[in-house]
Structure formats: C-alpha cells, structure tokens
Design a protein around this ligand. Sequence first.
Ligand SMILES: [Zn+2]
Length: 361
Amino acid sequence: MPLPHIAGHQEVRRRLAEAHRAGRLPQTLLLTGAAGVGKQRLALWLAQLTQCEAPGAEPCGTCRSCRQVLTLQHADVHWLVPIPRPKAGDADRQVDEAAEALGSVMEERRLHPFYAPPDGMASHGVASARLLQRAASLTAVGRGPKVFIVGDAERLVPQESSPEAANALLKLLEEPPVNSLFVLTTTDARRLLPTIRSRAVPIRLGRLTDDEVRDFLAAELTPAPTASELEARVHRAGGSIGAAIATGDDTKAEDAAHSVLEALLAGSGPRLERALRQPPWSARGEFSALLDAMADTLGEAARGAMGEKVRRPVPAGLLGCEPQSLFRALDRVSEAREAAYGNVNPQLLLSVLGEDLAAIL
Ligand SMILES: [Zn+2]
C-alpha cells in the first residue's frame, strides 16, 4: 500500500521545490513542528521530488521512482526511525540486527501506513548510525541523490554511556557524501545536540488547518467516517493528523499526563501521590511516553499563557501559570526525559520530578 497523500504545508513545499529546481536545496535540513503534522511525510515528499523522473512544481507521483518512494522501496531513499537497542554483543551483528529491525518497521508501514509514535525507549543507537554510514558510502543506484531521513532525531542518544551514535552522524553531516540529502525531523529542536542542530537548515512546519485535516481524513480513512465522527476527529486533532488518527492507546499517555499535571496544580497531597502511582509507569517505554506527553502539554500551555491560540486540550489551571514557570517546568521534564534513558527507577524519577514541578508551577 502506498503512503497516504501529503496534506498541507503548501508554502514550504513551494519553497523547497523552487530551491530544488534552482539547485539550491540545502544538503541537510531539519524539519521541526508538532507531533503528527507530517514532518516525515514531507521528508518523503522531498525524497520523491529529488528522485522523480518528470518533476514539476510537485513530484509527478506516477513515475517508477515516485511509486518506489511511496511504497518505501526506493534503493536510494533510507528512512531511519527509532528502534529498540540491538541485543547482540558484537558490533557487526548489532548493525545487522538494526537493519533487520528497520526492515520490519518499514514492512509494517507498507501494510499499515498510519503508524503510531515509536515506543518511548526506541532510539537511534550506535548500530543505526553505523548502518547509516554504511549506506552513505554506497553509490546512488538511480538518477537522484541518496536521501537519508532521520525521524525523531532527538532520539540520537548522546546521553548513552557512549556518544558514538551522535558522533557518527555528526561526521556524516560535517562532510556529507557528494550527491546526498539529509532530512532530520524533530518536535523540539532544543532536544537535539547543538552541534547537529547547527549543521542543518531549519524549516518549521505549522499545524494544519481544520479543513486540511478534514479533507485528509475524508479521503484516507477506511471505512469512511460518519459526519459526526469526522468532526469529532477534526476537533481532537488540533491541526495534527497524528492526533486525529490516534487510537485509545496513543491517548493514554496524554490522559495520564493531564491527570499528573492537574494533581500537581492542586498541590502535593494524596491526589498527587495517587496520580504518580498510576500502574503503567513501571514499564520504561510507557514512562517515556508519559514524559513526552507532559512536555507536549506544558509546551502548548506556555503558548496559551502567552496569548496564542491553544490547539489541543490543556488542563485549565496551567493556562493561568506564568509562561516562564511553564518553560522552566518544560526544561525540567526534558531533563527527566534524558535521565529516563539511563538506568533509573521510573517511579523514583517521577516522584522527584513531581516535587520539583509542584515547586515551579
Ligand atoms: Zn515522479
């Protein structure tokens, strides 16, 4: 099954297509924007544009190269997503394991193009970086450049015991092989290593309009949603197709994040203790997902507190907080997110975080 059609971001697409036509496309791009607005989909669109056999203002969508990109089968387009850490001890076997893991993620995406965010503990480890180096050393098969898409690039884990993964990618970005294009995506550029950030040209993707989300859902959802279901999804989306297609499992972390933040605002006490003791946080992946959801919620609340339009549900109490406090809280959650990669007890980390946030907010 080919990927669903690309929605929105017309102006960015127009600028990128123009740059490509003029031969001025930067060799390393960093796409930032809220979760689910289509950053990796746009990266694949860009890959299509560079490979298309009859490119115009948009990739033609029908030539062999375009179809190969859209079915994730193009030999020169490499899409890296966070994967679980390989288990093998031997470095070469780790790379093989990473290749296999990525292969099965891509196979899954071919079958089910609407994918959920990666598991909280999945990352771009050393093995993935080596895999990327290996692919980068090969000559392009087709007429276009080799394209490397690194989704959720903040998951390059410099805080691991060894910084090799990030360093390997850095080396590639410092001296990109000729005829290659790197597209990194992240929801929060501040979470990327500054050395990586500084080598990429940033492009910010805004939220989609309700009309864009509605048109996308009407065209892509099967079975077709009823009118009221469609409106409910558009409302929940807040400009993010990822949020519009999220299932109950995906919203679990967001619900939990809201209950923790609401309990924090009510002050320390039995309610907070209860919220912090919700059962799933013993599982590391779900714990990371909770922290991500807390960061998303605090970020959205900070925008709301600064008078910008809030596009996603946020606990009402947060909107009354000072923006500076919300940003400090956000930084504190990001620190906890990094610590969560290490060998710490999630329950303990969350209780310390809870105390800190209660003091900040
Ligand atoms: Zn084409």
